[in-house]
Every structure is written in C-alpha cells, then in structure tokens.
Design a protein around this ligand. Structure first.
Ligand code: MTE
Length: 321
C-alpha cells in the first residue's frame, strides 16, 4: 500500500463543527419531500437531511455514542477529506478528493449473498431503514503509520447482519467495493486486483465497535471517504475499512482480502493494530497523528484492547498479523 510517503503533510488544528441547526430546521424522515427532496435527499430515516451543511449535505438526529473516544483532538474535516487512500481514484493521497468528486452514489444497491436466508439486492435506503446514525469518534490508524481521530456517523454492522439471517455455515463476511471503469480513473490501471475486497470473521463483524458508516461529522459521507457506505473497524489497520460497498457475502472460509492477495508477506487477514509486529519494510511502533508534530506510540489494538482482545485469546498475533 505504501507507494510513496509525501514529505509535506499539512498540519491543521482541530476544527469545530461550524454549523449547528436549530431543531426546528430538521426534516423528519416521515416527511422526506419538499426541501430534502429538492436537495437530493437520500430518503432513508438514517439519512434525514437538514439545511445548513458546511461542506456537503447535513444529517439530522445523530445520536452520540458512549463508544466514542474522548479527550482526543478530533481531526478537521479538511484533514479527513483531503488525505485519503482510495486507489480507485488514484494512488496519491490528494487524488480521491479531486477524482471522486463526481462519483455517483445515488441510486445505490448492495447485494446480499452467500450463507444467509435473506439474499437479494437491497437499495441503500433499505440498508439504512430503521437505523439511527450514531456519532462514533474513532481512532483511525493506517498501516502506513499515520493516524487521525474521526467522527464517523454510522450504525452497528451487526444490525444488518441480523436482518440477513446468516446460516450456521456463515463464519466470515466478505465485502466488495464498486468497480466502474467509467467513473473510477484508478481502476483503469492494474495497481490492485479490482474490485477491492475485504473480510471479517463473524465475531469481529458482530462486535459493537464495528460499524457501517454513512456520514462524517454531521454530514453525508463525502465520496473520497467511501460514500455512500464504508466500514469502520477501529482496532484494525485502515485497509480493512473498505469503501463504497456494493456486496456483502456470508462465507464459510476465510476470504482473501485485496492487500493480502497483493502481498501476503506484508498484509494479513487480521490486520489488528500491533506496535510489536512490524511491517517488513517499516516499524509499527509509532505513528504520526495528522496535525501533530511529534510521533506518538502506537497502542495495541489501537487502544481498543479492553473491548476486543478477548476475540483473539490463544491466537499467536505474530502469525495472525
Ligand atoms: N477501500 C477501497 N475500496 N479502496 C482503497 O484503496 N484504501 C484503504 C481503506 N479502504 C481503500 C479502501 C486504506 S489503505 C485506508 S488507510 C483507508 O481506506 C483510508 O480511509 P480514509 O481515506 O477515509 O482515511
């Protein structure tokens, strides 16, 4: 994944959310017509839009989550949306902001496949139906040893899984990203074996920290961050956080994820953040938090060990990297 490391990383200060709305301005889900429709509303309860977004389209009624990290500086909207990995839109960090701008995320369909009772193709609106988006402020640690703190707006992946009614054979889930040569300039070049794929073990996928993300701060997720739907698994390296998901497949065997397929000696299936297991070409002991000058120590499981270490009890984390 590391093709190059730009020398000049912009530092920036924490940006407060600039615009908060009067509650009366919120548009209730039941009445998603009028203003919301005119604004190109996505139309699901979870994505009720309100006026007044600072950057894109504003979401309403986002619930705070006790699973957020506290006392850490949240990165600014600008940091989170201008320094991205999304090879479908180029391999430079600033490429996705530029090239994903016009990527069409409406209408959007997600195919549910494999070992489950409720197979089929779902509209994004149905995936989000009945969900309340929660603000989850998560540490985000890329395997390239940079990190950010990001206020995602999402809902537990476990909610969707339960609705799909997996069979007893469903031991893992495989996710697939959209592939569109016309809209994604990056896939015209064979830098990866497209489409991008990722996987989780079922207990990882069901963990309350694992979310499907549809928003950033309190706005609709910008394209460069994986709109309209991406994964966030905060104790794992960033490459597990697959973007623009079009397929969710329940499988019996451990799936092969894109980066593991690309270089299995460098990228494993588990990809749990681990300061004592170096990448063959660089150390994972420290990280550069975007916006900070000094490097900081990387924490085992990215600091989420109390919640997730038990998932890996008895496993050799050096072998299962
Ligand atoms: N998903 C897709 N489809 N394509 C990608 O290239 N890059 C991954 C992950 N998800 C990637 C992807 C990597 S390496 C990282 S670090 C994170 O997205 C970056 O997420 P961010 O750009 O929102 O910070």
């Amino acid at each position: 994944m590391l093709i190059k490391r730009p020398a000049d990383i912009r530092s920036s200060e924490i940006t407060d959310k600039k615009l908060y709305l009067n509650r009366r301005e919120f548009i209730r889900a039941a009445g998603v017509t009028g203003v919301a429709a005119a604004a190109g509303a996505i139309g699901a309860e979870a994505l009720v839009e309100a006026k007044g977004a600072a950057h894109g389209r504003k979401l309403a009624n986002i619930k705070k989550s006790p699973l957020s990290v506290s006392n850490e500086k949240i990165n600014s909207w600008e940091d989170i949306t201008s320094y991205n990995n999304y090879y479908e839109f180029g391999t430079d960090k600033d490429g996705p902001e530029q090239y994903a701008r016009d990527f069409k995320t409406q209408p959007w369909k997600v195919s549910i496949e494999g070992e489950c009772a409720k197979k089929g193709v779902m509209d994004l609106e149905d995936v989000l139906k009945g969900e309340t988006l929660e603000e989850r402020v998560y540490r985000h640690r890329c395997v390239e040893a940079w990190s950010m703190v990001i206020p995602w707006a999402g809902f537990p992946l476990s909610n969707l899984i339960k609705r799909c009614e997996p069979t007893s054979k469903a031991k893992y889930i495989e996710f697939t990203t959209a592939y569109d040569q016309r809209q994604m300039i990056g896939v015209r070049v064979p830098v990866l074996n497209w489409p991008y794929k990722e996987g989780l073990r079922m207990d990882e996928a069901m963990h309350p920290l694992t979310i499907l993300v549809a928003g950033l701060y309190d706005e609709v997720l910008p394209n460069q961050d994986g709109a309209p739907l991406r994964l966030a698994v905060p104790w794992k390296y960033g490459f597990k956080h697959i973007k623009s998901i079009v397929k969710v497949k329940f499988v019996e065997k451990q799936p092969l994820n894109t980066w593991q397929e690309q270089a299995s000696n460098e990228y494993g299936f588990y990809a749990n953040v681990n300061p004592s297991v170096d990448h063959p070409r660089w150390s994972q002991a420290t990280e550069r938090r975007i916006g900070e000058f000094f490097r900081r120590k990387t924490l085992l499981f990215n600091g989420y060990g109390d919640q997730v270490a038990s998932l890996y009890a008895g496993m050799d984390l050096r072998k299962n990297y």
